[in-house]
Design a protein around this ligand. Structure first.
Ligand SMILES: NC(=O)c1ccc[n+]([C@@H]2O[C@H](COP(=O)([O-])OP(=O)(O)OC[C@H]3O[C@@H](n4cnc5c(N)ncnc54)[C@H](OP(=O)(O)O)[C@@H]3O)[C@@H](O)[C@H]2O)c1
Length: 311
């Protein structure tokens, strides 16, 4: 899997066509890894854009994801993504969230689905068995998870015939998730880091007053100024050197080229890596409130903070 990918979630304000144009430009600039998902609503535009680059399929790594309302229709959903992306096979297919409930795209974080339920491992395993079938059918080379916690992964690793190859998780300097990061790596699962710049363009609904801003952190700004790179580049260099795969989103050529090019310059020093390790603020940005299944719950309950799956 290439060490950096291009994110493709337009965060509700960047159109499918703009993202597709960026995909084409990014592939021309040297990107070989795309992070797609059916819920981003743009795979039907990204597919033709990939084709137009003329880059041989085997040189690209393409990930997509199963949306929450399709947990019981895995094969159908994967085939739709393949048709939209104009591919015969994905490199990676992920279960986007471990919760199966439906909520409409762009809904408020206070919206609650009447059919929301906690994580039920037996149900998740039914979905996972279909994910395994996708590999058997040759529709994807690998399968993986996203937004999982250690207790949920423990059950999956115990019961899976085909283990998840990756776990896509929120990772940036202010949210380093050291326990989960170490856990997945110790179990041979690659961590893919989403929102690697601290998602400065995320939708309003995903913002709370307590959120911190990675690219304004004095440690990040000082490193960037000293090395003559953008603060975003400091976040990306840190991510790759730490051992996770960042998937920064951008539709601006200047930005997506800088995000890739920064990996060609001198690596960060050990002292800079240590300094960034010291600025973790445990500040989760993508909290997942819409998955809550009963009243008076906190979003923290979704993330099993006590090491026990909440029911
Ligand atoms: N698995 C999941 O549940 C999940 C959840 C969230 C995200 N993701 C994936 O992760 C990808 C990235 O996450 P994200 O989009 O939330 O956040 P991100 O990559 O941390 O931040 C993207 C924002 O940063 C700006 N940006 C990019 N490069 C920049 C640079 N060099 N200098 C200044 N600003 C820059 C972009 O704006 P411009 O376009 O103006 O450059 C955009 O607004 C998503 O697109 C998606 O593919 C997955």
């Amino acid at each position: 899997m290439p060490a950096i990918g291009l994110g493709t979630f337009g965060s509700d304000h960047v159109s499918a066509d703009e993202v597709a144009t960026a995909v084409k430009g990014a592939i021309h600039a040297g990107y070989r890894h795309l992070d797609c998902a059916s819920v981003y609503g743009n795979e039907h535009r990204i597919g033709p854009a990939i084709q137009q680059t003329g880059i041989p399929r085997e040189q690209l790594w393409i990930t997509s994801k199963l949306w929450n309302d399709m947990h019981s229709r895995v094969i159908e959903s994967c085939r739709k993504t393949l048709a939209d992306l104009k591919l015969e096979q994905l490199d990676m297919y992920l279960v986007h969230w471990p919760f199966p409930n439906f909520h409409p795209p762009g809904c408020s974080v206070d919206s609650r689905s009447p059919d929301a339920s906690p994580y039920i491992h037996a149900n998740f395993m039914k979905t996972w068995r279909e994910m395994e079938k996708l590999v058997d059918l040759g529709l994807t080379r690998h399968i993986g998870t996203s937004n999982m916690t250690i207790p949920k992964l423990e059950l999956l690793l115990r019961d899976a015939r085909i283990k998840p190859a990756v776990n896509e998780m929120e990772l940036h300097p202010h949210f380093q998730q050291p326990e989960l990061f170490d856990y997945v790596r110790a179990n041979g699962i690659e961590p893919i880091g989403y929102s690697p710049l601290g998602s400065p363009g995320r939708p309003e609904r995903d913002r709370t007053p307590d959120d911190t801003v990675d690219v304004e952190d004095p440690v990040i700004v000082e490193i960037a100024q000293r090395l003559g790179i953008q603060p975003a580049a400091a976040c990306i260099k840190w991510a790759v050197q730490r051992g996770q795969t960042p998937i920064p989103f951008s539709v601006k050529p200047k930005n997506y080229i800088a995000n890739l090019e920064c990996l060609k310059s001198e690596p960060l020093s050990d002292a800079d890596m240590q300094a960034i390790a010291g600025i973790d603020k445990r500040c989760r940005l993508i909290k997942g409130q819409v998955f809550l299944w009963k009243d008076n719950q906190s979003w923290e309950d979704l993330w099993d903070p006590d090491g026990v799956i909440k029911t």
